[in-house]
Write a protein that binds this ligand. Structure first.
Ligand code: ADP
Length: 449
């Protein structure tokens, strides 16, 4: 059952993150990479590296045949998919397992269920998670949509069943827009995800995005590692995340955490997962579950001291979780800033050569990044180039440390979102934790300069 060599089916900071956990466990790593990433840090640090294709992700990081062949040729006994790319592809998980390679992830059937948002909502409801009021399943007829919207009240949001990454959503304010928006949502969903299925839910006015980290051993034991508040978003994409949420009491955390871990236990869930909720006026509403490691997982690691990738690898190797619920202790506060290679305020991508690089350091400062001076950020992939994660005993101390750490970060040659974060954490509403998922976009609109 032991895992001795892991193929990391990803790139960038998350490939490095997985490599680090593996090496700390005495496990060898095999990097895969496209021709555009031959000089990338994840390739340099891994014990072995295999080139799997040209720059285009479809031909490399999404190329199932090439990745499986690499795993076989390099004698890997497990594959970690990271996030994005093939991480939530149930078929890929099945293929990996069919090749007698351990899949460091949830059971394929759970990936499939939660990947279909209509099925996910139905399952969540059955498992006792509170839902956003809305259609019971997919909606194909406008007349049906009208009926549901009238029941739950406008505004409503039309969402793609196969949606993801904040895409495929339409907010409908009134009945006369419903038909047009339904048609648009359906055809956009078809074009983007190959599936025109849509469903409807109540559009919440001013919620926060609060998600719970869960872990299961696949045998019915499950725990939660508390929540992360990811309300600071632009175009439904997270920009800065923190744990704990500034608005949750420890009773709320305990109550919702127990509901989530019981649901995972009933499901027989295996590995890491995140149950996402919108939170408004003290109530939680399930929106989706991600069956993988999340970008923002380090804030949970900072306040619990638990290495989530290590837990994932242990579970894939058939070992139990290393902690019980009562051994999980939440201490202090952590914030993560996603640093992208883009203009900080227009958000135009800015790939190119990093001419100089200095990572922030010091007590309780963590930088997860594959950057180095001379590295060329390729234009083909996601623009996130680094994550700065900072811990403090209180939220206030954490923010002061974050301010200091952001001042220290140097990334030259390309534009980055560091100035955005610097300005963001000076805002009164951010300092007081008083923000919803709409706050960032509204602030960007009113901001001078
Ligand atoms: P995706 O899988 O594309 O990330 P989600 O269902 O997780 O889609 O929603 C992403 C974001 O969209 C949420 O964090 C929130 O900002 C917004 N959103 C989704 N559903 C609703 C809703 N019912 N009311 C208000 N905002 C919503």
């Amino acid at each position: 059952m032991a895992i001795n060599r892991i193929l990391i089916a990803n790139r960038g900071e998350i490939a490095l993150r997985i490599h680090r956990a593996a090496h700390e466990m005495g496990i060898e790593t095999v990097a895969v990479h496209s021709t555009a990433d031959a000089d990338a840090m994840h390739v340099r640090l891994a014990d072995h590296a295999v080139c799997i294709g040209p720059p285009s992700a479809t031909e490399s990081y999404l190329n199932v045949a090439a990745i499986i062949s690499a795993a076989e040729v390099a004698h890997c006994d497990a594959i970690h998919p990271g996030y994005g790319f093939l991480s939530e592809n149930a078929k890929f998980a099945e293929i990996v397992e069919a090749h007698d390679i351990k899949w460091i992830g949830p059971k394929p059937e759970h990936i499939r269920t939660m990947g279909d948002k209509v099925e996910a909502k139905r399952t969540a409801g059955k498992l006792g998670l509170p839902l956003v009021p809305g259609s019971d399943g997919a909606v194909s007829e406008v007349s049906e949509a009208r009926k549901i919207a009238a029941e739950i009240g406008y505004p409503v949001i039309i969402k793609a069943a196969s949606g993801g990454g904040g895409r495929g959503m339409k907010v409908c304010e009134a009945e006369d827009q419903l038909e047009t928006l339904m048609k648009q949502a359906g055809s956009e969903a078809k074009a983007a995800f190959g599936d025109a299925t849509v469903y409807i839910e109540k559009y919440l006015g001013n919620p926060r995005h609060i998600e719970f980290q869960v872990f299961g051993d696949g045998e019915g034991t499950a725990i939660h590692l508390g929540e992360r508040d990811c309300s600071l978003q632009r175009r439904h994409q997270k920009v800065l995340e923190e744990a704990p949420s500034p608005v949750l009491s420890s009773e709320d955390r305990h109550r919702m955490g127990e509901i989530c871990s019981k649901a995972m236990s009933d499901m027989g869930y295996r590995g890491a997962g995140t149950i996402e909720f919108l939170w408004e006026d003290g109530e939680f509403y399930f929106i989706e579950m991600n069956t993988r490691l999340q970008v923002e997982h380090p804030v949970t690691e900072m306040i619990t001291g638990i290495d989530l990738v290590r837990e994932q690898i242990r579970i894939a190797a058939g070992k139990p979780l290393s902690v019980t619920q009562s051994e999980v202790i939440f201490a202090g506060h952590a914030i993560e800033c996603r640093i992208n290679a883009e203009d900080p305020f227009t958000f135009a991508p800015s790939p190119g050569e990093v001419t100089s690089y200095h990572a922030a350091g010091g007590m309780h400062v963590r930088v997860d990044s594959g950057l180095y001076a001379g590295y060329r950020i390729p234009p083909y992939y996601d623009s996130m180039i680094a994550k700065l994660i900072v811990y403090g005993r209180t939220r206030e101390k954490c923010i002061m440390r974050l301010r200091r750490a952001l001042e220290e970060m140097v990334v030259e040659g390309v534009k980055t979102s560091i100035p955005l974060h610097q300005e963001l954490i000076k805002q009164d509403d951010v300092l007081s934790g008083d923000y919803s998922i709409k706050w960032l976009e509204e602030w960007l609109e009113t901001r001078e300069g």
